[in-house]
Design a protein around this ligand. Structure first.
Ligand code: SAH
Ligand code: SF4
Ligand code: F3S
Length: 374
């Protein structure tokens, strides 16, 4: 029996798919390279922007003919998109050939649902769930091993769907993380460990006793072995000096930080609920540059947030110019149902968003060209 997994979204989802693969292999399935050969096809979806969801609808729709050819084929849709009740229902209604739709909190029961499909289509969305330490991983990222250190997000940036589909922040026990990494090092094939969380800087605040992210970093670096350590994503509001010092002082930690700014304008940052100002952000950047020379810095930006004026967009443009990132991702604001920003007045027309995103990306290209020359 063979499985094929299609993954959308962030690194955390890529890692989640390694968990899905682990569960399927435990059930006796093996991986295959083509959808046509599969007995089960799993979509691990993302809800961050409308485009991501549209692609899922398109690609699931395309499976109709496969299902016609192979009546026993099981099609499962999981992940952030299906955590939303309405979207899950829409998937079920639009595609009668989809067998299983699960939210993000019941992955550990995938095996049960595959068995249950014999009796009919399955849909389940739970409200919250704990991190399951027992689930096996089938690692697929070569020399890099992803290690989840927390799930969920408490920040509720007003544009973002993640807190709604991934629940509140929950940190893993430090001992469990250290044990996992020890085992990875012992396997001998991983040269790089990448810690994952939506906001790694707030790691451990919910543990009793609390553990700081900097402590976790130092403790991992104390482990014997030849590996480099990196992490994502850092939220500027929680990036403390002790974390910057850890990156600077620990040889094992990669000199790299992804520090999404989202906007360079204070009014927009406030509306986004990011809890820092342009000045504070630049202060952090200067501190990083001073303490960690040659540190690579990357960022994410959203253009066309509701009510963003041309001048306010220029503030973002100037920030990108000033920081000279190693690279940036620029996204057009996409209203997500249920978020605060989606209900704000002053939504920006698509063509203006297009114009702004192109302008920002052109700048990024130009700066990169100059830097490469240098
Ligand atoms: N936890 C990370 C980001 C996760 S989502 C952080 O706080 O930085 C990855 C990126 O998607 C975000 O940095 C943001 O730039 C973008 N994004 C999130 N919601 C979006 C939306 N509604 N429209 C457009 N881009 C969005
Ligand atoms: Fe979304 Fe903000 Fe949480 Fe990042 S920090 S996942 S952008 S709510
Ligand atoms: Fe990641 Fe998309 Fe979910 S960015 S957390 S897969 S909504």
């Amino acid at each position: 029996m063979k499985y094929f997994i299609v993954t959308y979204g962030c690194q955390m989802n890529v890692h989640e798919s390694e968990k899905i693969a682990g569960i399927l292999e435990n059930l006796g399935y093996t991986a295959c390279d083509k959808r046509e050969d599969a007995d089960i096809i799993v979509f691990n979806t993302c809800a961050i922007r409308e485009g991501a969801e549209d692609r899922v609808f398109g690609n699931v729709g395309n499976l109709k003919r496969l299902k016609k050819k192979n009546k026993n084929l099981i099609i499962a849709v999981l992940g952030c998109m299906t955590q939303k009740e309405q979207t899950a229902q829409k998937l079920m209604n639009t595609f009668p050939f989809v067998d299983i739709v699960l939210g993000t909190f019941n992955l550990s029961r995938l095996g049960f649902f595959i068995e249950a499909v014999k009796k009919g289509r399955q849909l389940e969305i739970l409200e919250e769930g704990d991190i399951d330490e027992m689930l096996p991983y089938k690692r697929t990222s070569g020399e890099n091993a992803w290690v989840n250190i927390m799930q969920g997000c408490n920040n509720f940036c007003t544009y973002c769907i993640v807190p709604y589909v991934k629940g509140r922040e929950k940190s893993r026990q430090e001992s469990n993380i250290l044990q996992e990494i020890k085992e990875l090092i012992a396997e001998g094939k991983y040269k790089k460990i990448t810690l994952l969380g939506q906001n790694v800087n707030s790691y451990g605040k919910d543990l009793n006793p609390q553990v700081s992210f900097a402590t976790l970093l130092h403790d991992i670096c104390k482990l014997d072995g030849d590996f480099t350590l990196s992490f994502m994503t850092s939220h500027p509001k929680d990036l403390t000096d002790d974390v910057i010092d850890a990156i600077a002082s620990e040889d094992k930690i990669e000199k790299f930080i992804h520090l999404p700014a989202q906007s360079g304008n204070n009014r927009i940052l406030k509306l986004m609920n990011r809890k820092y100002t342009r000045e504070k952000y630049l202060e952090i950047i200067d501190k990083i540059r001073e303490k960690i020379p040659n540190c690579r810095i990357t960022s994410d930006f959203i253009v066309g947030f509701p009510t963003e004026t041309e001048e306010e967009f220029e503030d973002t443009y100037e920030l990108v110019k000033r920081v000279r990132y190693d690279s940036i991702f620029a996204f057009m604001y996409s209203p997500r149902e249920g978020t605060i920003a989606s209900k704000m007045e002053g939504q920006i027309p698509e063509e203006i968003k297009h114009k702004r995103v192109n302008k920002l990306l052109a700048l990024e290209k130009k700066l990169q060209k100059e830097d490469n020359k240098r």
